[in-house]
Write a protein that binds this ligand. Structure first.
Ligand SMILES: Cc1cc2nc3c(=O)[nH]c(=O)nc-3n(C[C@H](O)[C@H](O)[C@H](O)COP(=O)(O)OP(=O)(O)OC[C@H]3O[C@@H](n4cnc5c(N)ncnc54)[C@H](O)[C@@H]3O)c2cc1C
Ligand SMILES: C[S@@+](CC[C@H](N)C(=O)[O-])C[C@H]1O[C@@H](n2cnc3c(N)ncnc32)[C@H](O)[C@@H]1O
Length: 643
C-alpha cells in the first residue's frame, strides 16, 4: 500500500489518478459544512445523541472528519461517543494532511491530535481514539468493497465523498449502494456533493428517499437522502453471524483480573458500564499477567496474511493505548525502546518488502551491541515497539478504575441465566448478577461447563532475571531472538521465556533457567554473568489450537452440532440458520505469548459486539477470533464431537 500521489495546484490538493480535487477550490471547509454537516442536520442531532455512527466513503485528507469532530466536541454531551468509520483506499500522507491542516487555523489543533495517531500506510483497520475517547475513528485503509464486507454496523449518517462518479466508476458501482443500504437503518441520512442521475436512481432503488438540494457556492445541485426501508445484511457465513445483542442495562461481570479482564473493564467503564470484577486472588495480575516483563511486538506469520494483519493492527492500537496510559501514570511501565528482532534472512527480507512503504514501522536494524549477525539472519527493528512491566501496567489500570468498579475475590465455578441476567456463583453462593458476563480467566477459560469444549491448553513459561554488566548496560533496545532480553531497568535485565510443553510445575526450575541463559549466551556471548541462584518467575500461557485468541460470544454448542451437522457435505450456506449463542456471555482469552499485543484490541472488539458499533478489525479477523470456529472446523473435518 502506498500514499496517494497528490499534486498541489494553486494551494489545493489534486489527484491526477482520479482527475479531481479533494475538496472545493473556493473553500473546502465551507463546502464540507454545507454538504455534510448542514444537510444531515448534524448539530441538532449531536445535541441529542448518546452515541452516533458516521461512515464516510473517501476519508482523504480528513477534512470532513475534522470538521465533524469540531461540531461533535462543541455540541454533543461529554459522555457520548462518536464512532466514525473513515474508508480510504489511497491514504493521504501525514505531510499532505499537515498542509491541509495549515490552511485552516481553527482546525489545526484537532488535526494535530489526528496526526499524532495517524497510522503508518499499512492496509487494514486502524482503531484510533481521539479527544479523550469522545471520538473513535475506525480508519479503514481498504477498498470500500473490502471494508464493508461482512462488517456489522448501521450508520446514522453516510458521507459519500469518493471523487466525481464519472471519474471513479470503480467505487460508485451498484454493489456499493447496496452495501450502503445494508449498513443503514430507517432514518439514516446520507449526503453527497454529486447530483449524478444514476447515483440518484440507484439510491432510490436501494431504499433511499432522495432529494436534490442546492449545492455549495456555485454548484447548482447536490443529493441528500433518507433511508426508509428495513435492511438486512447479506449473510455469507451463517455460523459466524453475531446476533444483535439485547442488553437491558449496562451491567457487566468480568471474571479474571489479568490484562485481558482489566483492559475489558477499562474499555467498558469508559463507555459508562457498571462493572464487577471477580478474581480468585486478593490482588490483580497474580497469574500470567503478573510477569515483570514482556515484549510488545506483532507476530509476523507470513504464511497467514489474516493473522499477520490482525497482529499488526492490534500492535499499533496497543502502542497508542499504552502511550495514553503511561501519560496518566507516574510509575514507569511502558518502555518504548524499540525491539530488534532477529529473523531468518529470507523471512526478514519478505517482511521488509511487504512494509517497504512504511519504514517507520519496521526497518533493517543491527545487533544489540553493534555486533555481527550470523550470515543466515537479519535484524529487523520495530522502532515503535518496546517492553512492558505487565504486572505494573495491570496494577496501574486497576488504580485508574478501582473507585468505579466492585472487586470480589472468589473462585467462580458456575454461570446461570435467570430472567435474562447472568448469575455467577462460587461453591457457596451467588456472588453477582448482570446482563453481560465476560470470561477473561486466562488458563482457566475452559473450566466452566459452557466452555469446557474449547481446545485450549496451558503452556508453562519461565523468565529469568540477570544483573547488568558494563557491557550489557549498552543494550538500548529490547532484543527478540526466540527468547527476548530487555535493556536493564532498575538494575535488572529480564530474559523471557521458556516454552515448556511437558511441565506444569509452578516452581522455578534449574532446567528452564539454564536453557534461558544458554540462549542468551549464544546470542550475546560473554555479555552477561550467570546468576548463582534461581531467579525470575513462572507463569502459564493459555494457548488455543490455532494459536489465535478466543474473543466473542460463547456459542450454544449442542445447537451448533445439530444445525450444522452436515457441513462436511458442502451444502450452500444459505440453507443454514444464523448462529445461536448464549445471549450476553462472552470470552476474552487464549492470548498465548502475545497478550500485550492482542488484549487491548480484543477488549474493543467485545465492546463493539455488545454495543453494535463498528468492529475495530476486519470481519475476517472477527471470524478468526470467534469461539465458534473450533466447532465449525471440527464439523467440516467430520470429527465426532460428543454432545
Ligand atoms: C512466561 C511468560 C512470558 C510471556 N511473555 C510475553 C511477552 O513477552 N509478550 C506478550 O505480549 N505476552 C507474553 N506472555 C503472555 C501474556 O502474559 C499473557 O498473554 C497475558 O498475561 C494473558 O492475560 P490474561 O488476562 O488472559 O490471563 P491471566 O493474566 O492469567 O489472568 C486470568 C485471571 O483469571 C483469574 N481466574 C481464572 N479462573 C478464575 C475463576 N474461576 N474465578 C475467578 N478468577 C479466575 C486468575 O486468577 C487470573 O488472575 C507471556 C506469558 C508467560 C507465562
Ligand atoms: C474527494 S476525495 C475525499 C475527500 C475527503 N472526504 C476529505 O475530507 O478530504 C475522495 C477519496 O475517495 C478515495 N477513494 C476513491 N476510490 C475509493 C475506493 N474504491 N475505496 C475507498 N476509497 C476510495 C480517494 O482515494 C480519495 O481520497
Amino acid at each position: 500500500m502506498e500514499y496517494a500521489d497528490i499534486k498541489w495546484v494553486e494551494g489545493q490538493p489534486y489527484s491526477e489518478k482520479f482527475g479531481d480535487v479533494y475538496y472545493s477550490a473556493s473553500d473546502g471547509l465551507s463546502e464540507t459544512e454545507h454538504v455534510f454537516i448542514q444537510q444531515n442536520n448534524l448539530i441538532e442531532r449531536f445535541k441529542q445523541a448518546d452515541r452516533f455512527i458516521i461512515a464516510e466513503a473517501g476519508f482523504g485528507t480528513g477534512l470532513n472528519f475534522i470538521a465533524t469532530c469540531r461540531q461533535w466536541l462543541e455540541h454533543a454531551s461529554h459522555d457520548s461517543v462518536l464512532s466514525y468509520v473513515g474508508i480510504e483506499k489511497h491514504p493521504v500522507s501525514p505531510l499532505d494532511i499537515r498542509r491541509v491542516s495549515d490552511r485552516w487555523a481553527e482546525l489545526t489543533p484537532l488535526y494535530t491530535q489526528l496526526l499524532t495517531r495517524y497510522p503508518p500506510v499499512i492496509a487494514g483497520s486502524h482503531l484510533i481514539k481521539l479527544f479523550n475517547g469522545r471520538v473513535q475513528l475506525n480508519l479503514e485503509f481498504l477498498d470500500i468493497d473490502e471494508a464493508l464486507k461482512g462488517c456489522r454496523f448501521k450508520a446514522d449518517v453516510w458521507f459519500l465523498d469518493g471523487f466525481n462518479p464519472a471519474q471513479n466508476t470503480d467505487m460508485w458501482n451498484d454493489v456499493l449502494i447496496d452495501k450502503i443500504a445494508q449498513h443503514s437503518k430507517v432514518g439514516t441520512s446520507l449526503s453527497t456533493y454529486t447530483a449524478a442521475g444514476h447515483v440518484r436512481r440507484r439510491l432510490e432503488d436501494a431504499g433511499f428517499e432522495v432529494k436534490k438540494v442546492k449545492g455549495h457556492a456555485r454548484k447548482r445541485e447536490m443529493i441528500t437522502a433518507a433511508f426508509v426501508r428495513e435492511s438486512q445484511y447479506k449473510i455469507e457465513l451463517p455460523w459466524y453471524e453475531i446476533p444483535q445483542q439485547s442488553c437491558n442495562d449496562k451491567t457487566a461481570i468480568i471474571v479474571g483480573a489479568g490484562i485481558a479482564g482489566l483492559t475489558t473493564a477499562l474499555a467498558m467503564i469508559n463507555k459508562g458500564w457498571q462493572v464487577t470484577l471477580i478474581d480468585r486472588h486478593d490482588e490483580v495480575a497474580q497469574e500470567a499477567s503478573g510477569n515483570p516483563a514482556g515484549v510488545l511486538l506483532p507476530r509476523m506469520n507470513l504464511g497467514d496474511e489474516l493473522e499477520q494483519q490482525f497482529f499488526v493492527n492490534a500492535f499499533l492500537f496497543a502502542t497508542s493505548q499504552l502511550d495514553d496510559l503511561q501519560k496518566q501514570s507516574s510509575v514507569d511501565f511502558w518502555h518504548k525502546t524499540g525491539v530488534c528482532s532477529q529473523e531468518l534472512k529470507e523471512k526478514a527480507e519478505k517482511i521488509l518488502s511487504s512494509y517497504r512503504t512504511s519504514q517507520g514501522f519496521v526497518c533493517e536494524g543491527e545487533g544489540a551491541l553493534g555486533d555481527e549477525v550470523a550470515q543466515e539472519y537479519m535484524i529487523l527493528k520495530y522502532a515503535s515497539a518496546g517492553w512492558v512491566n505487565i504486572d505494573v501496567l495491570c496494577r496501574e489500570i486497576y488504580k485508574m478504575i478501582e473507585k468505579r468498579i466492585s472487586y470480589i475475590r472468589s473462585n467462580i465455578n458456575s454461570l446461570n441465566r435467570v430472567e435474562e441476567r447472568w448469575q455467577v456463583s462460587d461453591e457457596n453462593s451467588i456472588l453477582a448478577s448482570a446482563s453481560v458476563v465476560v470470561l477473561a480467566a486466562g488458563q482457566s477459560i475452559a473450566d466452566f461447563e459452557l466452555t469446557s469444549w474449547l481446545p485450549v491448553k496451558s503452556i508453562r513459561g519461565q523468565m529469568t532475571a540477570v544483573e547488568p554488566t558494563e557491557k550489557s548496560k549498552k543494550i538500548s533496545s529490547a532484543l527478540s531472538f526466540g527468547r527476548f532480553v530487555t535493556p536493564q531497568h532498575n538494575g535488572v535485565h529480564y530474559i523471557g521465556a521458556s516454552y515448556d510443553t511437558d511441565d506444569m510445575s509452578p516452581e522455578l526450575s534449574e532446567l528452564s533457567q539454564t536453557e534461558n541463559l544458554k540462549k542468551l549466551q549464544d546470542q550475546l556471548p560473554d555479555v552477561f554473568v550467570k546468576p548463582d541462584k534461581l531467579t525470575g518467575r513462572v507463569g502459564f500461557r493459555s494457548v488455543s489450537e490455532d494459536r489465535m485468541p478466543v474473543v466473542g460470544l460463547v456459542p450454544e454448542k449442542e445447537w451448533f452440532l445439530k444445525q450444522y451437522a452436515d457441513l462436511r457435505h458442502g451444502r450452500r450456506t444459505t440453507k443454514y440458520l444464523p448462529a445461536r449463542s448464549y445471549d450476553g456471555l462472552y470470552l476474552n482469552g487464549a492470548h498465548g505469548s502475545r497478550g500485550l499485543t492482542s488484549c487491548f484490541i480484543s477488549a474493543e472488539l467485545l465492546l463493539s459486539i455488545i454495543e453494535g458499533t463498528p468492529y475495530p478489525m476486519s470481519a475476517d479477523a472477527v471470524n478468526a477470533l470467534n469461539p465458534s470456529r473450533f466447532l465449525i472446523r471440527r464439523l467440516k473435518r467430520d470429527q465426532k464431537m460428543t454432545a
